[in-house]
Every structure is written in structure tokens, then in C-alpha cells.
Design a protein around this ligand. Structure first.
Ligand code: PGA
Length: 248
């Protein structure tokens, strides 16, 4: 049985005060659900949000990290810093990081390995552009992202990894992949993982869908057989919407 995981990616939104108000409203939502709930605020919020959520089961994720332990990397945050703070998850390779900050499958691979070394669970994002989908290259693109991103990652480590399939054309656009399209790609991903790591690992692996998940479409998405949760951007910024999604 895979436990569904719903994570809110706040991106570069909310001041610390606004973020604290949001998590105060979310508290308790995890008590009446079997869903694992994660919030991923900006780095600056992590310490206070962690403190605010200390007696709850809501998990905390960062939105990115460097792969090195420390060093002369101005403006970066290290896995050691996140791990000392007790951060549970880290989003790696979000399409916005790949597009605007030149992240590649190689840097994604280094970050996954480093997060695992520091006991932080990676949420690894993959997904195709609209052009790639229309040119029928979506599967090829996602397969490459998985194979390169996971190069040298052990079977054992896969147990702590979550994959998020996010078609780029569905992020922040109000367009969602149809639940069937999303499920097809997610079962394709599970199959790649099966070929690489075997049936057991592929059956255990949780794969989220992300891209314009809202209260009105979450049920249809979560009803699909291979979709184990959602990575939610815009709708995670409003407590009411995020709670409705968690309680789908
Ligand atoms: P969205 O973002 O829900 O606003 O489309 C999803 C994401 O980028 O993770």
C-alpha cells in the first residue's frame, strides 16, 4: 500500500509572517486523513515554520539545495544546513529550476545523491514541454530525465524517493493533463523504475502528479491507479484550497 503524499510548493511566495499564518490554518488537517502532508516554503521560512509545526505530523520540505556540504557558493543552501534543521523533504529538479537556473539531469543527479547522504528525502521532478508532447517525444524526454537523474542511485535509496511528474505545460497555466494522460505517463515511469530496480521497488515508489491541481480536479486525479499524490503550487497558497485537496 502506497501512502498518498500531497505537497505544497509555495515557490517564491509569502513573507515569513504570511507563511506562518498559512501553516497555523493548516494545523490539524493531517489528523483525519491517511495522506502524508508536506509544505515546502522558501528557505527563509523553514526554521519558523518547523517550529510552528513541531507538534503536528505535517512534514516540511525545501524547494532546492546545493549538492555540496559547504563552500564558496554564494547564495546557496547546503544539505548539511537542511539536515541539521530536521527538514524532511527537498524538491529537486523542478522545471522552473531547470528552465531559469540551468539545472540539468547531471546536477539533479548530484543533488539526489547528496540529499540521500544527509537523510533528506528527495521529491524529484520530471516532465515534458508542450512542444515535446506534441512531437510525441514526451516519453523519451521523461525516460532520459529518470535514467540520467537516477544514475548510480541504489535500490535501497529508492525507498526514500518520491517522483513528481509535472508536464511543464500544465504548471501554473490552469491546464491539467487529463487524469488518463497523467496516469499513462506515471505508469510509464513506474515501468522504467521496474526495469532498473525490479518490481518491488517500482510498486513501493510513490509518484505524484503536479500541474494545476485544484480542489475541483483532485478527486479525478487521485482516483487513477498509479497516481500517489500531488505536488501543488498555486492552490497550496490558500489554506482552504490546500485543505480541500488534502481531504479529497
Ligand atoms: P501549479 O504548480 O499547481 O501552480 O500548477 C505546480 C508545481 O509547479 O509544482
Amino acid at each position: 500500500m502506497r501512502i498518498p503524499i500531497i505537497a505544497g510548493n509555495w515557490k517564491m511566495n509569502k513573507t515569513v509572517t504570511e507563511g506562518l499564518n498559512l501553516v497555523k490554518e493548516l494545523k490539524g488537517v493531517e489528523e483525519n486523513t491517511d495522506v502524508e502532508v508536506v509544505v515546502c516554503p522558501p528557505f527563509l521560512h523553514l526554521s519558523e515554520v518547523k517550529n510552528e509545526l513541531k507538534n503536528t505530523d505535517i512534514k516540511i520540505g525545501a524547494q532546492n539545495m546545493h549538492w555540496e556540504k559547504n563552500g564558496a557558493y554564494t547564495g546557496e543552501v547546503s544539505p548539511e544546513m537542511l539536515s541539521e534543521m530536521g527538514i524532511d523533504y527537498v524538491i529537486i529538479g523542478h522545471s522552473e529550476r531547470r528552465e531559469y537556473f540551468n539545472e540539468t539531469d547531471e546536477t539533479v543527479n548530484k543533488k539526489i545523491k547528496s540529499a540521500i547522504d544527509y537523510g533528506i528525502k528527495p521529491i524529484v521532478c520530471v516532465g515534458e514541454t508542450l512542444d515535446e508532447r506534441e512531437a510525441k517525444k514526451a516519453n523519451e524526454k521523461v525516460k532520459k530525465q529518470i535514467l540520467k537523474g537516477f544514475e548510480g542511485i541504489d535500490k535501497e535509496d529508492m525507498k526514500n524517493i518520491v517522483i513528481a511528474y509535472e508536464p511543464i505545460w500544465a504548471i501554473g497555466t490552469g491546464k491539467t493533463a487529463s487524469s488518463k494522460e497523467a496516469n499513462e505517463m506515471i505508469s510509464f515511469i513506474r515501468n522504467i523504475v521496474k526495469e532498473k530496480y525490479g518490481l518491488d521497488i517500482s510498486e513501493e515508489l510513490r509518484i505524484q502528479y503536479g500541474g494545476s491541481v485544484k480542489p475541483h480536479n483532485v478527486i479525478e486525479i487521485m482516483n487513477e491507479t498509479d497516481i500517489d499524490g500531488a505536488l501543488v503550487g498555486g492552490a497550496s497558497l490558500k489554506a482552504k484550497d490546500f485543505k480541500e485537496i488534502i481531504n479529497f
